[in-house]
Write a protein that binds this ligand. Structure first.
Ligand code: FAD
Ligand code: FES
Length: 335
């Protein structure tokens, strides 16, 4: 098995030829920096000093011609074909609490939620270990590359992994989910990954902000929050979508979170039909019109998941315009 040596840090780890440099490091408990795991954010970029690697996705969005000239690669998109020496600065933030593992899992249930969203429930014999808000990488039959999906349920001893998936037009992974998947199909789930998990030690109330498919991650966070506060605290879940057909029914939300306390579940529709009488516009605008003055915004923790441009405008509005400390905000951008 190839050995990867991290120059300047005097550490090394073994990386199976089937594994990526990033994921093998995380399995070993090393803090290899990363965010998306799917070639889009660039956080896992390292420099190859010696040795050879196979590049899984040459056109990955986070790699540019300058990187290619300087032998800079993506940890999430390279597999070793020999021993390697690499340059990267590891850190403690990216160390996984529960190191990721691979699980064989079987599709056991599909629940349709809207015209283009459904919950897919898988079973693995080894029960999963993950924190609310984390995601996994799914290896789907006949689909090149892995797909990142956030768990919408909570850690459990029954072996269940639930994912809320939104169909993407022309998307290969979501085509498998909506047009190929059948009960009993086997896939490989690799996880958990991600840093946008619920911090249970914070005393601040939370606001969950979901755009489209981001609702799954926020349901997991909300479930964890209710469990932590023993349903004593109310919670705000703001869900931004395009039309009223995209709204997930409140009964499903309440059932999933198992909430007995108050939940403020607001749907904000950006392209409403003329009959829609609820909240209209963009999610960020809705949030920034919700409270008077900057100070109120500083009194919450924020969890958010959804399209990168939505996350960017929410973060900018909170951090730059309202001086919310960066550590009060956790997010996953769905590339
Ligand atoms: C951290 C994270 C969490 C996410 N959680 C959810 C969720 O809970 N629900 C949800 O519906 N969506 C989620 N997404 C988005 C999801 O991963 C897919 O991008 C989306 O479902 C569309 O996939 P697709 O295969 O249909 O589209 P496609 O256009 O076929 O694929 C898009 C995705 O696959 C990757 N990809 C494409 N081709 C290759 C290749 N050749 N090699 C390697 N990778 C490739 C891209 O980086 C991109 O992530 C999440 C994304 C991230 C990054
Ligand atoms: S973690 Fe590799 S590009 Fe995002």
């Amino acid at each position: 098995m190839p050995r990867i040596t991290i120059e300047t840090e005097e550490s090394s780890y073994l990386c199976d030829q089937d594994d990526t440099l990033l994921r093998a490091a995380l399995r070993e408990g090393l803090g290899f920096p990363y965010e998306c795991n799917v070639g889009s954010c660039g956080m896992c970029r390292y420099q190859l000093l010696s040795g050879t690697v196979e590049q899984l996705w040459l056109d990955a969005p986070a790699i540019n011609p300058r990187d290619k000239k300087k032998q800079r690669m993506l940890g999430c998109q390279t597999r070793p074909t020999s021993d390697c020496r690499i340059k990267i600065r590891t850190n403690s933030v990216d160390k996984e609490i529960d190191p990721p593992k691979k699980f064989a899992a079987k599709l056991v249930k599909i629940t349709h939620l809207t015209h283009d969203m459904a919950e897919f429930k898988f079973f693995s014999y080894t029960p999963p270990k993950f924190l609310p808000g984390q995601y996994a990488l799914l290896n789907l039959p006949g689909v090149e590359g892995v797909r990142a999906l956030s768990m919408s349920n909570m850690v459990n001893s029954d072996g269940y992994w639930c994912f809320i998936v939104k169909r993407v037009k022309g998307g290969k992974g979501t085509f498998w989910f909506f047009d190929r998947a059948a009960i009993g199909d086997q896939i490989i789930i690799d996880g958990p990954y991600g840093h946008a998990w619920l911090r249970i030690n914070s005393e601040r109330p939370i606001i969950c902000l979901a755009g489209g498919a981001g609702i799954g991650a926020m349901l997991s966070i909300a479930s964890g929050y209710y469990k932590k506060t023993l349903a004593q605290s109310s919670l705000r879940l703001y869900y931004g979508c395009r039309t009223s057909r995209d709204i997930i029914h409140k009964d499903y939300v309440v059932d999933t979170i198992r909430s007995s306390a108050e939940i403020i579940y607001s749907n904000i529709v950006s392209e409403p039909e003329s009959s829609w009488t609820g909240n209209k516009g963009m999610l960020d605008k809705f949030l920034f019109e919700s409270f008077e003055g900057k100070e109120v915004y500083k009194s919450f923790d924020y969890y958010m998941a959804g399209p990168p441009q939505m996350i960017e405008s929410l973060r900018r509005g909170l951090i730059i315009e309202r001086q919310v400390p960066i550590e009060n905000i956790r997010y996953d951008q769905f590339y």
